[in-house]
Design a protein around this ligand. Structure first.
Ligand SMILES: O=C1O[C@H](COP(=O)(O)O)[C@@H](O)[C@H](O)[C@H]1O
Length: 229
């Protein structure tokens, strides 16, 4: 399915408009189900969007917030996506939201995944999912060339998959493709010419293994891409 691509005049307007859209979708989910589950990306791009969303006037205490993926580092690391979430989204009104953890201390992600997966499973399906994408066309931490790429893409994939990839400096934990594809609404947040070119490549025909974001672009739920230079 060809996604709707929204071009914004600036990264600020993208952040504000996407936050408004996501807040509206969360309100609808709260009204329909009494609770809502939101998944958001980490990395360098989503900070302004997460800050804008933290100001939304919704009943945050009934919203469960999770990451799409995490680096296997403690929150004291500036590589921690959880740290980013606390600094940007889980503040002000949104401090009331329930954080679903994607990190626990352990030797490897495999040590902690059983406990973390149970907590994730309890709040599925995701109502609203915002994803990022790298210039290598990875999304969440589903990287081309990763050791468990096939497992993360499989229709019966577990909820959370540990991942090691040449392009990732530390081990990761990622939501699997079927969990992401089952979200009630899907948004892809990208900025900069390099990512625009990567999106154009991903929209061409080719194996999902070469461009894992294709697993999202082909989801049964229509995807909206949000882009600013
Ligand atoms: O490592 C990650 O990469 C992607 C893209 O991040 P960005 O820094 O290029 O914005 C991100 O979506 C993912 O959540 C993150 O862990």
């Amino acid at each position: 399915m060809i996604p709707a691509i929204l071009h914004y005049a600036s990264r600020q307007s993208l952040a504000a408009d996407l936050a408004e859209m996501v807040a509206r979708e969360l309100s609808d989910a709260l009204e329909a189900h009494g609770r809502a589950t939101l998944a958001v990306p980490g990395g360098t791009t989503p900070g302004p969007f997460l800050e804008a969303l933290s100001q939304a006037d919704i009943d945050w205490a009934r919203v469960r917030v999770m990451l799409t993926d995490e680096r296997f580092v403690p929150e004291s690391s500036d590589r921690s996506n959880t740290r980013l979430l606390r600094q940007t989204l889980l503040r002000g009104r949104a401090a009331e939201a329930v954080l679903v953890p994607f990190y626990a201390p352990g030797e490897t992600p495999e040590d902690v995944i059983p406990d973390l997966s149970a907590a994730v499973q309890a709040v599925l399906p995701i109502d609203v999912c915002v994803l990022g994408m790298g210039e290598d066309m990875h999304t969440a931490s589903i990287f081309p060339g990763a050791d468990r790429l096939a497992e993360a893409l499989a229709p019966l994939a577990p909820v959370l998959v540990p991942m090691r990839a040449p392009g990732a400096p530390e081990p990761r934990l990622t939501l699997s493709a079927p969990v992401l594809r089952a979200a009630g609404s899907l948004h892809l947040l990208i900025a900069g010419a390099g990512k625009k070119a990567a999106l154009e490549r991903a929209l061409q025909d080719g194996p999902v293994e070469d461009a894992p974001v294709r697993a999202i672009l082909s989801a049964p739920t229509p995807v909206t891409v949000h882009y600013a230079d």
